[in-house]
Write a protein that binds this ligand. Structure first.
Ligand code: ATP
Ligand code: MG
Length: 358
């Protein structure tokens, strides 16, 4: 038996409910291989704040360092409580430092439109049918990490955030994007704003240099405003989208809408080695927590990505993805996927039931 250590950060609100299902599927998948999983619970987020007065205790980081991969639920609180110290700092004090601590500069988000859920998309079925795109977002530099200032200039407040990229930061993520494109449909679209931003000009130059080593991959360029529009009117033109931290954050939320529910998608954050952090793209959904109605598919697909990118278990990852697709084809739905009058009420499942079905 090959024992793998998986650090699990359950997350807040719906986090524990959906992570439980991810672990259920992971255990089931493990029965088909020589892999065994040692689950290491890690405390962070709002949960940790209550106990330790901070969002990412040093003990959590030390324990995380002993793990092969991290499976993370969503952190965060309800909008009306965002000003409280328990919730205001989650992003800045737990999520960004976690990514930075492990040097996870590559963030991957896939958007696939399932044929069985075509009617759920707010975009017309013939436009979204077959969409399968991968956003490769730079995760630990750019404006989220640049110098921040709050000054008073001539009597008024002036706040600033700096967008800065070094060549090496762009090159390493560009290489990842071209490598992924090779195993997909050989197309990379760089998204930036080079008509206005100096940093975007550097992205164009460095990505063009990188492209020279990948003659089989087509490189395309799009300004971010146009890309935002193209994602809605012609999303099938995209294979791999390569972009910066800020633009990637925005475009990947937009892309997930094409599928009809934010509860369907996982993300992977990777550095240079196999270590990875896997988390759903959505937040902690306080409004639906504790009622067993959250969709666990995002968390379950995180387990698939972990098998693929950290453990190299491609066949097993595909099996989980197939199980998800098949369960949807059979008509099973969580509440976010259910259409009154069109779907079978007998196939409306709770969170744990969906995990079991998959
Ligand atoms: P964050 O700032 O942490 O990203 P958010 O404000 O973007 O959070 P989410 O928590 O992602 O918000 O929730 C957005 C909407 O999607 C809510 O209506 C929520 O109930 C719904 N939602 C999110 N995740 C799921 C899920 N797994 N299953 C069902 N509905 C979900
Ligand atoms: Mg969000």
């Amino acid at each position: 038996m090959d024992m793998k250590r998986i650090g699990v950060l359950e997350g807040d609100y719906i986090g524990p409910e959906i992570m439980k299902e991810a672990l259920r599927v992971l255990r089931a998948a493990g029965e088909h291989t020589q892999l065994a999983f040692d689950i290491v619970p890690l405390e962070a987020g709002g949960q940790a704040y209550d106990k330790y007065g901070c969002h990412l205790p040093a003990s959590t980081l030390r324990l995380a360092e002993t793990c092969d991969a991290l499976l993370k639920g969503p952190f965060g609180g309800p909008p009306e409580a965002l000003a409280s110290p328990k919730w205001s700092g989650v992003e800045q004090e737990a999520i960004l430092p976690l990514r930075q601590h492990f040097g996870l500069y590559t963030n991957l988000r896939e958007t696939k439109v399932f044929d069985s859920l075509l009617d759920l998309s707010p975009v017309k079925g013939h436009v979204v049918k077959g969409v399968d795109l991968l956003i490769v977002r730079e995760l630990i530099s750019g404006i989220y990490f640049g110098e921040k200032q709050a000054r008073v200039v001539e009597g008024e407040r002036v706040y600033s955030d700096v967008e800065a990229y070094a060549e090496s930061e762009i090159r390493r993520i560009a290489i990842r994007a071209f490598e992924y494109a090779k195993s997909r449909r050989n197309k990379v679209t760089l998204v930036a704003k080079s008509n206005v931003l100096k940093s975007s000009v550097l992205w164009r130059e460095v990505v063009a240099e990188t492209a020279a080593s990948y003659s089989e991959v087509d490189l395309d360029y799009m300004h971010v405003d146009n890309a935002a529009m193209q994602l809605i009117i012609n999303p099938r033109q995209f294979d791999v989208i390569l972009t910066s931290n800020l633009f990637g954050d925005i475009l990947s939320d937009e892309a997930s809408v094409l599928s009809g529910s934010i509860g369907l998608f996982p993300s992977a954050s990777l550095g240079d080695g196999p270590f990875g952090l896997y988390e759903p793209i959505h937040g902690s959904a306080p409004g639906i927590a504790g009622r067993q109605i959250a969709n666990p598919i995002s968390a379950i697909l995180c387990a698939a990505l972990m098998l693929r990118y950290t453990f190299g278990e491609e066949a097993l990852a595909v099996r989980i993805e197939h199980a998800v697709r098949r369960t949807l084809e059979l008509g099973y739905r969580t509440r976010d996927l259910f259409r009154e009058g069109a779907d079978d009420p007998a196939k409306l499942l709770g969170t744990a039931q969906m995990g079991e079905a998959i």
